[in-house]
Design a protein around this ligand. Structure first.
Ligand SMILES: [Zn+2]
Ligand SMILES: [Zn+2]
Length: 386
């Protein structure tokens, strides 16, 4: 398990798969905000329904840490690499999981940073087993541990059927005795409603998004989930596959105390409201606008997870100037031909993508089991400063 803070500057290339069982204490906030996602369940949820997700109220969150729970491709490497999964820890105390490969719950339990009960949203990139077979264990354990809060699963078309089939064959699921599982399925269509697979999609079986349609597709806005704005971008792979971009909302700038004092603003709740970006009326009737006392807006940071793809170019616009991109690098640079044929990327392909979107940091993940050390994947990648 590896843990990284989110960067605020300096581009850098890193591999992150060496086991690192950190024991760090972390104090959680008392109660996480939990989204209410009723009405967003069906696969029929086309862009209009997805847009409804954006309309939901949410408390703004900031990303504090990213914990890698698995960075392997296809099969685990015992003692080295688990199947794909990572946790984004929020300042609200909530956790967003991106992918949930086999063994995810084991690593959550090994970590002293993470708690299963804090997981609010699970984003699944695609339904290949190395990215989602751990989901069933996570749900089952959460129920056994007495979870009551709902959990939202976001993923490609078919995710609800897959989970409900598994639950049906393993004794059924009674939400009233445990918790609600809610779904946000992303249809195999672009933001304009166009079919992304078409008659001859990508991959040997033609089941993935068609490369040309995929490249030209618009990103799909999923709205505010767990306090972050989340966008999905279609990726070229053997089956429908989505990359996710998690973005913090911009925050009001810092309060200029000298200016506030000059305007005669008392140190009470009015000051707090101005800090939140609200206009206030003073006792003498004067209206003070936030821009009179606040510095420039602080831009929210963005973090992208692009797993299993031979072409993520549809994500370049959405990842422009991203603070951090996690991109799959199943193979080393010399194996580009194999990578393209299998719907995957090399380390250099990942670096090219990151350069194209001018992201500040690239972290490589999803390494083939052929590599005992992740440093074997890196040749050809230039390490950035920092
Ligand atoms: Zn994979
Ligand atoms: Zn895959």
């Amino acid at each position: 398990m590896a843990i990284w803070g989110l960067p605020t500057r300096a581009p850098v290339v890193r591999c992150c798969a060496e086991p690192d069982y950190l024991r760090v204490r972390h104090r959680f906030q008392p109660r996480p905000w939990l989204p209410s996602c009723r009405g967003l369940r069906q696969a029929a949820c086309a862009p209009a329904l997805l847009a409804a997700a954006g309309a939901r109220k949410s408390k703004m969150a900031r990303m504090e840490r990213v914990v890698f729970l698995g960075t392997g491709s296809a099969v685990p490497v015992p003692g080295q690499r688990n199947m794909s999964s990572l946790a984004v820890m929020l300042n609200t105390g909530g956790i967003i999981l991106v992918d949930c490969g086999e063994g995810t719950q084991h690593h959550i339990k090994v970590s002293t940073l993470l708690k299963l009960s804090r997981v609010e949203v699970i984003l699944l990139t695609h339904l290949h087993g190395d990215h989602c077979f751990g989901l069933f264990g996570v749900l089952s354990t959460a129920a056994i541990e007495g979870r009551k809060d709902p959990i939202l699963i976001v993923g490609p078309q078919g995710i609800q059927d897959m989970v409900e089939s598994m639950l049906r064959f393993t004794g059924g699921w009674a939400p009233e005795e445990s918790f609600n599982i809610e779904y946000l399925e992303i249809p195999n269509t672009g933001a304009g409603g166009e079919d992304l697979v078409g008659p001859s999609g990508s991959g040997p079986k033609g089941l993935g998004f068609h490369p040309d349609r995929c490249r030209h597709a618009e990103a799909v806005e999923l709205g505010m989930l767990a306090g972050l704005r989340i966008t999905a971008v279609p990726l070229v792979h053997g089956i429908p596959d989505w990359g996710y971009i998690l973005k913090e909302l911009d925050r009001p700038g810092k309060l200029d105390a000298a200016k506030a004092q000059k305007l005669g603003i008392p140190r009470n709740s009015l000051m707090g409201r101005l800090k939140q970006g609200e206009a206030v009326t003073l006792d003498d009737g004067r209206v003070v606008l936030p821009e009179q006392v606040l510095g420039p807006e602080i831009p929210g940071r963005s973090f992208a997870v692009l797993q299993d793809t031979s072409d993520a170019s549809s994500a370049i616009k959405a990842c422009h100037h991203a603070n951090c991109v996690i991109h799959e690098a199943t193979f080393e640079a010399a194996m580009e031909e194999d990578a393209l044929r299998k719907g995957h990327s090399t380390s250099v392909m990942a670096a090219r993508f990151t350069a194209a979107c001018e992201a500040k940091r690239l972290i490589l993940s999803h390494f083939s089991a052929r590599y005992a050390k992740t440093s074997d994947v890196r040749p050809g990648c230039q390490r950035g400063p920092g």
